[in-house]
Design a protein around this ligand. Structure first.
Ligand SMILES: *Cc1c(COP(=O)(O)O)cnc(C)c1O
Length: 232
C-alpha cells in the first residue's frame, strides 16, 4: 500500500511540474513518517524513498537508529534549544529555524562538532497566532544576523501553510513565499543561499509546486492518516 501511495505522490509531483513547466528533478519529496512506526517507513524505503522528515527530535533519533544508514533525515518540526545538541550531525537539513537564539544554539553546537549545518528559515507566512515561524517582515534582518555565523548555512525558506479545505486558498501564500525568497536572494548576503523553498503538504503540495516549491513534505498521502490529536 505504501509503495502505491508513494508512486502516486511521485506521479502527482510529476504532473504538477509539467503543468508549471518545471523539471521534476527540481522538487524533492520528503516522506513524513511522524507517529508511524519504523516498519512502515521501511516499506517506503524498500520502494526507493531515502528522504524522511520527522517533527520531533526523539522520534527522529529513534528511527535513525533503526533504519539503514543511507536514509537522509530532515528535522521539520519546531526545535527547542535544549534539543539542538542531539540533532546536530543527525539531520541533513533543519527546516525550522525561526529565532536568532535558536540559530545561536545551533552555531555553538556545530562549532563544537566542527560542522556546518544547513538550515531553512521557517516563515509564518499566514501570520497565524498558533504557528511557529518568523514574521515575513522580520525574515531578512534575521537572515542577516544568522549569516555571520560560520557554522550555519541558510539554504532557503520553509513554511507550514494554514490548513484549508481548498488548496487553491493557499496559492497566494505560496506565491508570497516565492517572492520573499527572491527578494532575499537579490540582497546577495554572504553565506546565504535561497535555493530551497520547503512548502506544501498532502493537502496542497501540487499548488505549492506550481508556485515554486523545491521540497514538499508529505505524510498522510504516503503513510495514511494519523491518530487524532497527533497531527502536527
Ligand atoms: C506533519 C507535517 C507534514 C506532513 O503533513 P501531511 O498533511 O500529513 O502531509 C509536513 N510538514 C510538517 C512540518 C509537519 O509537521
Amino acid at each position: 500500500m505504501i509503495a502505491e501511495n508513494l508512486a502516486q505522490v511521485h506521479e502527482r509531483i510529476r504532473k504538477a511540474c509539467e503543468a508549471a513547466r518545471r523539471d521534476p528533478k527540481e522538487v524533492t519529496l520528503i516522506a513524513v513518517g511522524k507517529t508511524k512506526p519504523a516498519e512502515l517507513l521501511m516499506e517506503a524505503y524498500q520502494a526507493g524513498e531515502r528522504v524522511f522528515g520527522e517533527n520531533k527530535v526523539q522520534e527522529l533519533l529513534e528511527k535513525e537508529s533503526r533504519m539503514p544508514a543511507d536514509v537522509r533525515w530532515h528535522m521539520i518540526g519546531h526545535l527547542q534549544r535544549n534539543k539542538v545538541r542531539q540533532i546536530i550531525g543527525k539531520a541533513e537539513l533543519i527546516h525550522s529555524v525561526d529565532t536568532i537564539r535558536l540559530a545561536e544554539a545551533i552555531e555553538d553546537e556545530a562549532a563544537k562538532k566542527k560542522l556546518v549545518v544547513p538550515v531553512l528559515i521557517e516563515v509564518n507566512i499566514g501570520q497565524e497566532e498558533s504557528k511557529f515561524g518568523a514574521a515575513p517582515d522580520e525574515v531578512l534582518s534575521m537572515i542577516r544576523s544568522i549569516s555571520v555565523m560560520d557554522h550555519i548555512k541558510v539554504q532557503g525558506l520553509m513554511t507550514i501553510a494554514p490548513y484549508v479545505e481548498c488548496p487553491e486558498d493557499n496559492r497566494r501564500l505560496f506565491a508570497k513565499m516565492k517572492t520573499l525568497s527572491e527578494d532575499i536572494r537579490k540582497e546577495e548576503i554572504r553565506n546565504v543561499r535561497m535555493d530551497i523553498l520547503s512548502m506544501g503538504m498532502t493537502n496542497d503540495y501540487e499548488v505549492a509546486i506550481q508556485e515554486g516549491a523545491t521540497m514538499v513534505r508529505v505524510g498522510t498521502g504516503i503513510f495514511g492518516s494519523r491518530e487524532q490529536g497527533n497531527s502536527i
